[in-house]
Write a protein that binds this ligand. Structure first.
Ligand code: GLU
Length: 539
């Protein structure tokens, strides 16, 4: 007899196996909440690669647990809104294959998924907090706030609106009830602030960092509702996570200082029981480990820090993207997954599906992960080399067409298979294979200076005639005739090999020469060899 707990969707059931064929159901043990995570970017510009990693970890976690991955656009701060940023976020996730279960474009049962379309929702919760004594109206003007700051700073105290300073300010805790009512009736501008208790410890367990303890004396009475009646990030974020039944908040470490405030908001709103678990991811660091990876590091060291190319709508400045730089989405995913998460063994190459299986939040690192541009290239190389030639040919087809190079799919696949070994990025295939599609117009200067001299031009012209006489122009036949020719001429094959390559491709190196000649075909090869001298002299 065997007693076991089995997982069926969101249920765990206890089963009793009497024999191999007879299993009895004993009962439901517990019901998990369905895992629901959200990626909640603010559309204030292109998504940083660190943000993409946050999205990826959310996705992996959700899929690992059979849960939902949701995109919520946090655009409450209209001043920071950047046109095109929301589309950019969607397009980036799509390019990377991080499929959303719910979002602005996908819809879902918990919408709208854009905070600017949820503005009528938040006010009631601010009012609820006022009614329960956990928030208050504050009428201070910006001059008064400035004055308080100056005073506190002069007294070498931290300039916070908090339990100590609030009674010297103009708010519904310091003013009389009459005065408050009068101001409200008059329509005086106000904000709603959270009322933090004095001398209290806020504790929560972070899934990455363990216990976090913060003292309320180090916090301030943050604004929850702004003068224009719109919520701040803190209120909107908590209300939405609650209403959208988010079970785990996985986000960047820059939000860790806000977490104690969020914990208190859950408590004061009566939602502590279903408060999501929190996991704060450490930063993506510069390659030297000194500070956060920035756009400037990318410009300086020559790698993209954005998934897709981005053109700043105001300045027109263009920032490089992984996609446009020739990275494959699978390589970017794999590289990002390992920047801050360690699998239990030393496996390095993972498909997205394998990452889903292997991912666990316990193995997410507490310390920052250094970005490694060479490793990023290495990943791309690995994925590119593993790709099917036909698949790769299809990928570069639009670039080939853009160049105006006319070619059949069959020929393109052969070129790809011949040159791909030496490249890290798909667009590089075009750089090293141009001569397969067009007659060279430039010739490697070093090789020209070193090898294209003396009798060589004549020998190559003669060899062209010899090749022209070949009945079959396959690699073996070409090689055999080439060797015989070298012997007849009493020159070493090595001395004319590179000039031959130069005359046909313009380059000093490339794929195995006889295979390359076969693919180019007799007519092209002979014609290029014959006109090489004139072309080289003209170039
Ligand atoms: N809107 C915040 C951001 O831009 C979201 C932070 C969070 O995930 O709570 O990153």
């Amino acid at each position: 007899m065997l007693c076991a707990i089995q997982k069926y969707g969101n249920y765990r059931i206890v089963v009793l196996s009497l024999t191999k064929s007879k299993t009895y159901f004993c009962g439901v043990l517990l019901m998990d909440r369905k895992v629901r995570v959200r990626f909640a970017p603010s559309p204030t510009g292109p998504l940083h690669i660190g943000g993409v990693r946050t999205a990826l970890y959310n996705y992996l976690f959700a899929k690992k647990h059979g849960g939902d991955f949701i995109l919520r656009i946090e655009d409450t701060d209209q001043k920071r809104f950047v046109p095109g940023a929301e589309d950019y976020i969607n397009e980036s996730l799509e390019w990377l294959g991080l499929k959303l279960d719910e979002g602005v474009r996908q819809g879902g049962n918990y919408g709208p998924y854009k905070q600017s379309e949820r503005m009528s929702i938040y006010r009631q919760y601010a009012d609820q907090l006022i009614a329960s004594g956990h928030a208050y109206y504050a009428f201070d003007t910006s001059e008064e706030l400035e004055e308080m700051r100056a005073k506190l700073e002069a007294a070498k105290m931290s300039a916070k609106y908090d339990a100590t300073s609030r009674m010297n300010m103009k708010n519904s805790l310091s003013l009389s009830q009459d005065e408050v009512n009068k101001r409200l009736e008059n329509g005086d501008p106000y904000v709603i602030r959270i009322k933090l208790p004095r001398n209290e410890e806020v504790r929560f367990q972070d899934e990455v960092r363990g216990w976090v303890v913060v003292h309320t004396n180090q916090m301030d009475d943050k604004v929850l509702l702004k003068q224009d009646g719109l919520p701040t990030y803190h209120l909107a974020n908590i209300v939405d996570d609650h209403l959208m039944e988010i079970t785990h908040v996985i986000r960047g470490e820059e939000w860790l200082p806000s977490a104690p405030l969020h914990v208190l908001l859950y408590r004061y709103l009566g939602w502590e029981d279903t408060m999501p678990k929190l996991a704060h991811l450490s930063l993506l660091l510069k390659p030297d480990g000194k500070g956060k990876l920035s756009k400037r590091d990318g410009d300086r060291l020559g790698f993209p820090v954005f998934p897709l190319q981005w053109t700043d709508p105001k300045t027109g400045e263009v920032s490089a993207g992984y996609r446009e730089s020739g990275y494959l989405p699978s390589a970017v995913i794999n590289m990002l997954a390992l920047l801050g998460w360690h699998p239990s063994d030393n496996q390095e190459l993972f498909t997205l599906e394998e990452l889903v299986q292997a991912f666990s939040i316990e193995k997410v690192s507490k310390s920052g992960a250094k970005f490694d541009a060479d490793k990023a290239k290495w990943f791309n190389n690995r994925y590119l080399q593993a790709m099917d030639d036909a698949e790769l040919a299809e990928l570069i087809r639009p670039m080939i067409d853009e160049k105006g190079w006319e070619t059949t799919d069959e020929y393109l696949v052969k070129v790809v298979s011949m040159v791909k070994e030496k490249v890290n990025f798909a667009p590089e295939i075009l750089e090293v294979s141009e001569y397969f599609f067009t007659t060279p117009t430039s010739y490697d200067e070093k090789v020209v200076n070193k090898k294209w001299k003396g009798d060589t031009p004549n020998i190559i012209a003669e060899l062209a005639d010899v090749f022209d006489g070949l009945a079959s122009f396959d690699a073996d036949a070409i090689q055999a005739r080439f060797s015989a020719f070298a012997e007849e001429k009493e020159v070493s094959p090595g001395s004319i090999m590179q000039p031959l390559r130069l005359s046909v491709s313009g380059m000093g190196g490339g794929p195995p020469i006889f295979d390359m000649l076969e693919l180019l075909g007799k007519e092209t090869v002979v014609q290029r060899m014959k006109s090489a001298n004139a072309s080289i002299l003209a170039s």
